[in-house]
Ligand binder design. Structure first.
Ligand code: SAH
Ligand code: SF4
Ligand code: F3S
Length: 432
């Protein structure tokens, strides 16, 4: 029996799909297969923006014929969209051929739901929240040499545009001991990069252990590996965290610090709980303590009532904070969030024009910063072989992708690459 998992959304979902794969392997599925040949197709969905949902709807709908042809195959839909208020009912109505729907709080239940499906016509199982901080599922990892490790689940911040707190529940921290145990096991198994995951890692807490303390302990695990974490909410980004980053070479000096907007008025409407000035103070703190570090960010354009001038403040923030890259989004109203009910929604044409200008500014930063790498030697952790380019690829500590030829398979190895050419976030070179 084979499975096929389709993943939408963030790293958390990517890792959750690894857990789903682990669960399926635990009940006799032996490996992956293309959708046409799979015995179960699992959609791990996202609902952060409307296009993420449309994408999933389109892909699920496209299975109608296949399902008619292969009656025995199972179709399961989980993830954030399945967890969204009213969506399970809509999914069932639109796509009667779906067999199983599960949510974000009961992933580990999937094997039991598959069992139930043998007796029931359709199985829908959603929990409001969860009490436990463990998923109860062993991941079948596919991201070697990187390994994702959850440290928190859920979110309490309720940024007014965001649906995550509604579909992922209240914030919960895993026990520090469990996290350390997992990291030690992964490093011993040969993983070379550990990425700690949480919607807001900075609010991690287990007894006396806060995030800087946890990071310090994880970075003290023996062995050569890189340590990354995401995401940091600027309101909780502290000098204690910078001190730990400075203390350990293992921790990559790349900080992803989502600003969302450069306008204090918009930030306040977003309920981000920092001003432009406070954000820039955190940036200054990071630059002062870690001068060779890099910052990346997330930015939203077209939040309700955003004026041309306020958008201009986001543009100028990109310059001032000197981000090396950024994820840029057009604001997408999410049913049930505060911002969706606000007056002054921005027409799409306006948002599109704004995001184009923003992307241009971000690309300008990326180009300028990448070009400085030409002639330098960087350490790349080889991740994969790019068939099209005929080259190996991997990341340098600050997140740029390095491409290089190599006569032997070096996936999972740290290599030294001399940069000969830069193109956006991609660097090309040869091994030294
Ligand atoms: N917890 C993380 C981000 C999770 S969502 C954090 O707080 O940084 C990833 C990004 O999606 C957010 O940073 C935000 O920029 C974007 N996003 C979230 N909701 C959105 C919406 N309704 N419309 C557009 N972008 C959104
Ligand atoms: Fe969403 Fe804000 Fe929570 Fe991030 S911190 S997941 S943007 S509510
Ligand atoms: Fe992630 Fe999308 Fe859910 S961004 S937390 S998968 S809504």
């Amino acid at each position: 029996m084979k499975y096929h998992i389709v993943t939408y959304g963030c790293q958390m979902n990517v890792h959750e799909s690894e857990k789903i794969a682990g669960l399926l392997r635990g009940i006799g599925y032996t490996g992956e297969a293309p959708a046409e040949d799979a015995d179960i197709i699992v959609f791990n969905t996202c609902c952060i923006r409307e296009n993420a949902e449309n994408h999933a709807f389109g892909n699920i709908g496209a299975l109608k014929k296949l399902k008619r042809r292969r009656k025995g195959m199972l179709i399961a839909v989980g993830g954030c969209m399945a967890q969204e208020e009213g969506k399970a009912a809509l999914l069932v109505k639109k796509f009667p051929f779906i067999d199983i729907i599960f949510g974000t709080h009961n992933v580990a239940e999937l094997p039991a739901l598959i069992e139930r499906k043998k007796r029931e016509k359709k199985v829908v199982s959603l929990l409001q929240d969860r009490a436990e901080t463990e998923d109860g599922a062993e991941a079948f990892r596919t991201s070697y040499p990187n390994a994702w490790v959850n440290i928190t689940y859920g979110c309490n911040n309720f940024c007014t545009y965001c649906i995550v707190p509604y579909v992922r529940g209240r914030e919960k921290s895993r026990s520090a001991e469990r996290i350390l145990e997992e990291v030690r096991t992964l490093v011993a198994a040969g993983y070379k990069e550990i990425t700690l995951l949480g919607q807001n890692v900075n609010s991690y807490r287990d007894g006396d252990t806060d995030f800087p303390a946890l990071l310090d302990r994880v970075a003290s695990v023996e062995g050569k590996f890189r340590l990354r974490f995401m995401t940091s909410h600027p309101k909780d980004f502290s000098s204690a965290l910078v001190a730990v980053m400075k203390k350990h070479d293992k921790i990559c000096n790349l900080l992803h610090l989502p600003a969302q907007s450069g306008s204090t008025r918009i930030l306040s409407l977003m309920n981000r709980r920092y001003t432009r000035e406070e954000y820039l103070e955190k940036v200054a703190l990071f630059r002062r303590e870690i001068p060779d570090g890099e910052l990346t960010t997330d930015l939203i354009v077209g939040f309700p009532t955003e004026t041309e001038e306020e958008f201009g403040e986001t543009l100028s923030l990109v310059k001032e904070a000197d981000f090396s890259s950024a994820f840029t989004f057009i604001y997408s109203p999410r049913t049930g969030t505060k911002a969706a009910a606000m007056e002054g929604q921005i027409p799409e044409a306006v948002s599109k024009a704004r995001i184009a200008r923003l992307i241009e500014q971000v690309n300008e930063n990326t180009r300028r910063k990448s070009e400085k790498y030409v002639g330098k030697t960087i350490e790349v952790l080889c991740e994969d072989f790019d068939e099209k380019k005929g080259m190996y690829l991997g990341r340098e500590p600050l997140g740029r992708m390095g491409y290089f030829p190599c006569a032997t398979n070096c996936v999972g190895e740290f290599v030294q690459m001399k940069v000969t050419r830069a193109n956006g976030v991609s660097l090309y070179g040869e091994l030294v």
